[in-house]
Design a binder for this molecule. Structure first.
Ligand code: UDP
Length: 246
């Protein structure tokens, strides 16, 4: 199966897929076997990639980079290369869990605070009872822990690995370890386990549709203000400046 077309935002390629198209392509990657890496690119990823060359290389090499974040939709429209829609990490984790339950793929949940990965897995298993959980472990993105985590994963033999260490750590972790792990589908999922376990509330759908998720986050997690500043005004400013200089 041909990879989907990409749209470039500030030099970072994003596959132009809707959520359904992303799931269809992920199912094809799983059927094909072999190691694959999925990133859910949002404006913060694009901004980080402007100065972090290792992270940028990972985003460029990913087998699927989905558009996560309303800011990307807006930026792509301004640049005259519109994206068809969003495929967010939180939606994809649930869709992949459904697919795994249907096809018998084993899923491993790595990262987040102690017990959060297991809570997220239990919630998905309650929703999709056929889901096979290969394991849950908090661990740490510190490279010193890698030999142990590689052993744990080799023994668990998952088909799908979700890694919740936040960006860029989780995506760099996958890129460093996939050559050894060879997991058919590994994806960085940021705060998705926190959302699924109900520790962090997800913005209501109507606010997400209006592109005001950032405002909701600012209210429920005010300590993230600096990150929201990078993700919203600074990102849009950088895209606008780039568009004028083209
Ligand atoms: N996290 C972790 N270990 C770390 C740093 C972060 O397990 O050393 C987890 C944290 O508990 C949270 C997730 O990584 O569940 C980061 O969520 P965030 O929403 O910040 O993700 P991002 O937007 O950076 O991808």
């Amino acid at each position: 199966m041909q990879p989907p077309a990409t749209v470039s935002i500030l030099g970072v390629p994003i596959h132009n897929v809707t959520e359904d198209e992303a799931v269809t392509y992920l199912a094809a990657l799983l059927r094909a076997g072999g190691p694959h890496q999925v990133v859910t690119t949002n404006p913060e990823f694009v901004m980080e990639a402007q100065h972090n060359t290792a992270f940028r290389a990972v985003l460029l090499k990913a087998d699927l980079a989905t558009p996560d974040g309303f800011g990307l939709i807006l930026a792509a429209r301004w640049l005259g290369t519109p994206l068809h829609g969003r495929a967010t990490g939180v939606a994809l984790v649930q869709r992949i869990a459904a697919l795994a339950a249907e096809q018998g793929y084993r899923v491993f949940f790595l990262g987040a605070a102690p017990s959060v990965a297991a809570e997220a897995a239990a919630i998905l298993q309650a929703r999709y009872p056929a889901l096979q959980v290969a394991g849950c472990f908090a661990g740490s993105p510190n490279p010193r822990h890698e030999p142990f985590l590689r052993q744990l994963l080799a023994a668990a033999r998952p088909d799908v690995l979700f890694v919740a260490y936040g960006h860029p750590a989780q995506d760099l972790w996958i890129a460093r370890n996939q050559p050894t792990l060879q997991i058919p589908l590994a994806m960085g999922v940021g705060g998705v386990f926190d959302y699924l376990s109900g520790r962090v509330p997800l913005a209501p759908a109507w606010l997400r549709r209006l592109g005001l998720e950032w405002l909701f986050r600012l209210i429920v997690q005010p300590r993230r203000w600096r990150r929201i500043l990078v993700a919203v005004p600074l990102f849009l400013w950088a895209v606008w400046r780039h568009g004028r200089n083209e």
